[in-house]
Design a protein around this ligand. Structure first.
Ligand SMILES: Cc1cc2nc3c(=O)[nH]c(=O)nc-3n(C[C@H](O)[C@H](O)[C@H](O)COP(=O)(O)OP(=O)(O)OC[C@H]3O[C@@H](n4cnc5c(N)ncnc54)[C@H](O)[C@@H]3O)c2cc1C
Length: 404
């Protein structure tokens, strides 16, 4: 079977690439080829409303089924691509199916990083990446009491908040000396640690899992490196993802932790683009960014390029996380900051953290503070230079600083 544009992956990037191609007048055939058996759905609710039962699967679909058929976008679900023949412009799936392409958009995201310690394959140990992961977890939770969450990143903390709401006894185990250490400054980490503890979550820092303990093939506890054993019916492992890029790397694409792409999301292979969690835009941030916005905007840029409007990807990153009644919104990338300013009082549960590098505002984390998020974006986009004292003064609107 041949597609003028073949998209690998039916997540946020893949779905948006197909949608945007049609919106921009692409007339050729489009196929979305995915390992996932479900039609494109939103991933963020998996650790939030969907896990809590507040949203059914229908409500997290990116588009209703008719959307894809009415736009002649073929959903080719349940096929894992295992090989790419770049010269022949062909992909081979694990089940033997082959597809040829005019353009290939690789939006295969990542798979959860797994643990390799003893007991890692016991029943009761879960990841939270796909709808079926969460369905399995929810089924298992019905008879569970103690849950250990391994990893204090956003997904682990969101899962901890949701499970606490469900009445479970939750412990978060984090190897670093604070949660969110990879992505946020210390004041934000400490704020979230306090919030989780106030909601009954136990947070254990600077330790890791030595082994998962079980009986008759099922998890019964988690032995930590500091010698403590936590009783547990369920463990959720949220220690990051490994980008799904092997078939393209084997085909000769350059990259390592993700596929290297230029500002148009082109890989080093002809007519092969990569977007979303698996792509690393060298010229922009040199990072792989894992967010819906990034996947969406890169996919949109590629679609425009394929429709004749060469479009570089240059969007300002943003991200959100919901835990309890706290809505965190971030704008910009804080990596490389050399100073932070706390704006407002964390005790009010509405405040912001401004990240600066060499005197310029590069990012904000805003907790229950939509106004700072909206107005702070202008400061980030202009790389505004504002004195820390002024930024810390919560009575001065960020908008006025951006316009000054
Ligand atoms: C639980 C959870 C909560 C999140 N919460 C937030 C949030 O609050 N805010 C936010 O901005 N971001 C959030 N994210 C991150 C966000 O969902 C991702 O950044 C986004 O989904 C990336 O889109 P993508 O298209 O690159 O990859 P994905 O959405 O992961 O899609 C990848 C697709 O590729 C398929 N695939 C993989 N390998 C192959 C292969 N070899 N052959 C065929 N198909 C393949 C997969 O089955 C999948 O369909 C969350 C992620 C998770 C898991």
């Amino acid at each position: 079977m041949h597609y003028d544009c073949l998209i690998v992956g039916s997540g946020h990037g893949g779905a948006q690439a197909a949608t945007s191609l049609r919106q921009n007048g692409f007339q050729g055939s489009i196929g979305i080829l995915s390992e996932d058996r479900d039609p494109p759905y939103e991933r963020p609710p998996l650790s939030k409303d969907y896990l809590l039962g507040g949203k059914t699967f229908d409500r997290i679909l990116i588009r209703p089924a008719e959307f894809w058929t009415s736009r002649s976008i073929d959903l080719l679900l349940g096929h894992e691509v295992v090989k790419v023949h770049a010269k022949e412009k062909q992909v081979l799936c694990a089940d033997g199916a082959t597809y040829s392409y005019g353009y290939l958009i690789w939006s295969a995201g990542g798979r959860p990083r797994r643990m390799s310690c003893p007991g890692h394959d016991l029943q009761g140990i879960h990841a939270v990446r796909t709808r079926s992961d969460v369905d399995r977890l929810v089924k298992d939770l019905a008879s569970a009491e103690g849950v250990v969450v391994v990893g204090g990143g956003y997904i682990g903390l969101e899962a901890a908040a949701a499970l606490t709401k469900l009445g479970k006894t939750v412990t978060v185990v984090e190897a670093m000396n604070r949660v969110l250490a990879r992505v946020a400054a210390e004041p934000l980490s400490r704020f979230y640690e306090r919030e989780h503890r106030d909601h009954g979550v136990e947070i254990r820092l600077e330790t890791g899992v030595d082994k998962f303990v079980g009986s008759e093939g099922r998890l019964t506890g988690v032995l930590l490196k500091d010698g403590v054993t936590l009783p547990a019916d369920i463990a959720i492992v949220g220690i990051g993802i490994v980008p799904c890029v092997e078939p393209l790397i084997e085909a000769g694409a350059s990259g390592e932790n993700g596929l290297d792409v230029d500002e148009h999301c082109r890989t080093s292979l002809p007519d092969v683009f990569a977007v979303g969690d698996c792509a690393r835009v060298k010229s922009a941030h040199g990072l792989r960014i894992e967010s819906v916005q990034n996947a969406h905007d890169q996919a949109t840029a590629v679609a425009k390029t394929l429709c004749g409007e060469l479009t570089p990807y240059s969007a300002t990153p943003w991200f959100w996380s919901n835990q309890y009644d706290l809505r965190l919104q971030t704008v910009g990338l804080s990596a490389g900051f050399d100073r932070t300013v706390v704006r407002g009082d964390p005790n009010t549960r509405s405040f912001s953290i401004v990240y600066l590098r060499e005197g310029a505002v590069i990012a904000l984390d805003c907790i229950n503070s939509v106004r700072d998020y909206v107005e702070g974006r202008m400061l980030v986009e202009r790389r505004a230079r504002v004195s820390p004292d002024v930024l810390a003064n919560n009575s001065i609107r960020l908008k006025s600083l951006a316009l000054a």
